[in-house]
Design a protein around this ligand. Sequence first.
Ligand code: C2E
Ligand code: MG
Ligand code: MG
Length: 630
Amino acid sequence: MAAAEADSPISRQELERLVAQASREAIEQRERRILLQRWLLVGALLVIMGFALAYWSRARVLKELERAYFEARKLKIAVDQSPASIVITDCDGTIEYVNQTCIRKTGYSREELVGQNPRTMQSGSTPKEVYTDLWATIKAGRTWQGRLVNRRKDGSEFVEWVLINPVLDETDQPIRFIAVKEDITEREELDERLQSLERFDALTGLANRFAFFEVLEERLGQVSPGQSRQPLALINIDRFHAFNTVHGHETGDRLLRHMARRLAEQAPEDAVVARLGPDEFAVLPPMEAAGDSTVIGRQELIWIQRIQRALREGFVLDSRTLATSASIGIAFCDRRCSELERCRPGEFMRMADSALREAKARGGGQIAFFDAEASVQAREALRLEQDLAEAIERDELHLALQAQVRPDGGLVGAEVLLRWRHGTLGDIPPARFIPLAEDSGQIIPVGFWVLQQALGVLECLQKKKPALTLSVNISAMQIRRTDFVAGVERLLRQADVQPSGLILEITESVFMEDPELARVRLEALRALGVGISIDDFGTGYSSLSYLKRLPVTELKIDQSFISGLPDDAADAALVNIIIAAAGQLRLQVVAEGIETADQARYFERHADVALQGYFYNRPQPVAEWRKQWL
Ligand code: C2E
Ligand code: MG
Ligand code: MG
């Protein structure tokens, strides 16, 4: 200032101006500073706010991420541990992800699969078209599901049910495929097992009814009129019911398995062999060229007879061989039935069944072919069988007697023969209804009724002539019953008779089927004091020697040997041998079917033989017989 004063003198005005200017500048400067400070503050605030904002949003993102992470983990665990295999591929099918189950199931590591094509797991057993369809479907953005046979790393195959879902972008193009696959190998195996249980008979391993009918239906649909025909054989084991009753079900089952095996061995190649019922089998051979429907082809005869022979071979039980046999009914679905309409399974079965019934009615071990006649007979037989069940109550059964006399005319006794006067059909011969009664088991109550009635008759006879005997026919089925002996004993006690006056007539079939059982039963019966006669002697296959071992008291020479007397030398020789053998064994002899005076005279040299036949009398109602003979 002094310098300024010294250099140039300042006026008062100048000074005031300068002061004013300086103070203005100072104010401006302060204001600028304040403004700057303010801006700084705002900036700092903004920065702080920015930081805060960033911090806050990051936390939120993190939290979001964390949540997503846990979600994803949960998802991953769920996906990894899912019992289903999960495979994710890109749109070209390159594997991006496989879950734990997929790794476990296939035996491949994750590294071995990721980056590969799912083809790695193909077995080659899935048809090509399946894959074509699969790719066409998912490439079009649709879900595909189906069955794939895949292969593990170790080469073994497994079956999967696969569901593939495409993941689409905003233009509906698939960008990814997610495959969820369920291993159904075990389920399919189980299904197969169940199916085999459904289709096979558990006891014999043969096809069951269900499987049989399925094939039958298919085959009948293929029969072409005049060109091909379908044979069918129904096979029924003879007297199986009785076998079961006597030997028990377990042995019965063994017999069935045994018969089934033989049947399967002897059936024609490619035949369906099935078990249709407890003791019934079917053989459905391959279709054959049509012949004349009524003439049976040579080749059929061969296999049918082979089956018949095999089933007759006997069954070894506890080192004894039991005789077995089976009845066979055969029908053809051929030109004849095709002309009317295609053979339907039900109708075809009825045809074979009616043939079977005919075979049975002939006494078992027989073969019969279906013809219309037979079917009428079968229907009739069925009706008779049903009516017989009520015959006792309806009082339609009665006894007839046929005398047995010595050659000198002395009365020995009589044979009881059952008669059935049907309410509408009239008299039905025993040869017709006895086999039906045996088949249906009704022979048991009917046979018991006959015995009961016969003992009443015997009581009357013995009152007049104590030495008279009464012979009663007993079916093999009755003998096999465990309660038969007790039943006879009870009836004997109830009637006031000499047991020796009762003679039970049995046939050789009783021994042939089960000699040991026959021996036991007959001994028990003998112990009751009754006589045992072998009816129709000579018609069975048994030898004379077995008579030594059996507690038998009488032989009844079958009428077929008598009919040739006196001229047929062979018959005469046989009759003489039987009489001589009986003498050795101290057995009584009855000759049945004496029709002529010559035949009666033939026996004059055998004074001890009893004679029975139309020559003396036809079987007569009891009262009539008594009047004539007593
Ligand atoms: P079977 O026991 O051999 O009886 C003899 C059969 O020959 C009787 O036939 C009888 O009438 C017949 N007959 C008697 N004399 C002559 C003759 O001179 N010439 C001819 N050609 N035949 C004669 P039927 O009464 O028809 O009985 C047939 C079969 O039925 C019997 O044969 C017997 O096996 C069975 N049967 C009859 N009654 C019964 C019964 O009560 N129970 C059982 N289980 N079977 C019976
Ligand atoms: Mg008899
Ligand atoms: Mg006889």
